[in-house]
Write a protein that binds this ligand. Structure first.
Ligand SMILES: [Zn+2]
Length: 247
């Protein structure tokens, strides 16, 4: 089965909010200066297509896995993501985690970041409720890609923090847009969520895309000797919210 979403209302909301004009059906061009505005949802006029759906047993319990692809923006690459869905996600707002791929953390158990622990914490919390959705986006290194992420690690080894390293390589601190997760949730007929995240930008991006975030549920991994600086920079420079304000 494939689903194709049409989101004209979203596009209209986006255009009016950011004073933009549509150049064609796949790209949106800013009319006003965008220097202080986030770039999230610039693909909001594109459509998410469901490519596959299958049963998916895991260590955390029984899920169904869905594969989605977002049509590319002009000159862009198609963006793909999967959703793991457990239980009834329609009767009330389900727990939802949007996780960005981290090969080094998720697969190799790197201690340079807290990604794998956040992923496992999210799956554990979803399993604990017997319902919820984990969206896994192919957005390695907050969207910069695997090789640039490794180059950024090299720069960090010479003293730069994670934001400075990305900027030295010519990237923004965070390249993610979250347009695809919002459209995937709509394709799954989920309009209200309890978002598992420490990142207020994710909450704002989903809401701008028409998904109601009824609650932000913290997904906090205690800092270790390896991640203390990384988490401090996330808090100080990227506005992430942590209950435990490690110093
Ligand atoms: Zn990571």
């Amino acid at each position: 089965m494939s689903l194709k979403l049409k989101v004209p209302r979203l596009a209209i909301d986006f255009l009016s909010e950011f004073n933009c004009c549509a150049r064609d059906d796949r790209s949106i061009v800013a009319r006003a200066p965008l220097t202080s505005l986030p770039l999230y949802n610039k693909n909001v006029s594109a459509s998410a297509k469901q490519l596959a759906s299958a049963d998916f047993p895991t260590r955390w319990g029984q899920f169904r896995i869905y594969g989605f692809r977002l049509a590319p923006a002009l000159n862009g690459k198609p963006e793909e993501a999967v959703a793991l869905v457990m239980g009834d996600v329609h009767t009330s707002a389900p727990l939802v985690r949007i996780h960005s791929q981290c090969l080094t953390g998720d697969v190799f158990g790197s201690l340079r970041c807290d990604c794998r622990q956040q992923l496992e914490m999210a799956l554990t919390m979803i399993a604990g409720e017997g319902a919820g959705i984990l969206i896994y986006e192919q957005q390695e290194g907050r969207g910069i890609g695997l090789m640039p992420k490794l180059q950024a690690y090299e720069l960090q080894d010479s003293g730069l923090d994670t934001v400075e390293a990305n900027e030295k390589l010519g990237f923004k601190a965070d390249h993610r847009e979250f347009a695809l997760p919002a459209q995937m949730l709509k394709a799954l007929d989920v309009k209200r969520v309890r978002l598992l995240s420490n990142n207020p930008d994710k909450v704002a991006a989903l809401q701008r895309a028409g998904i109601e975030v009824t609650e932000r549920v913290p997904c906090e991994v205690p800092a270790s000797a390896h991640t203390a600086d990384y988490l401090r920079i996330k808090r100080e420079k990227m506005g992430h919210l942590f209950k435990e304000q490690s110093s």
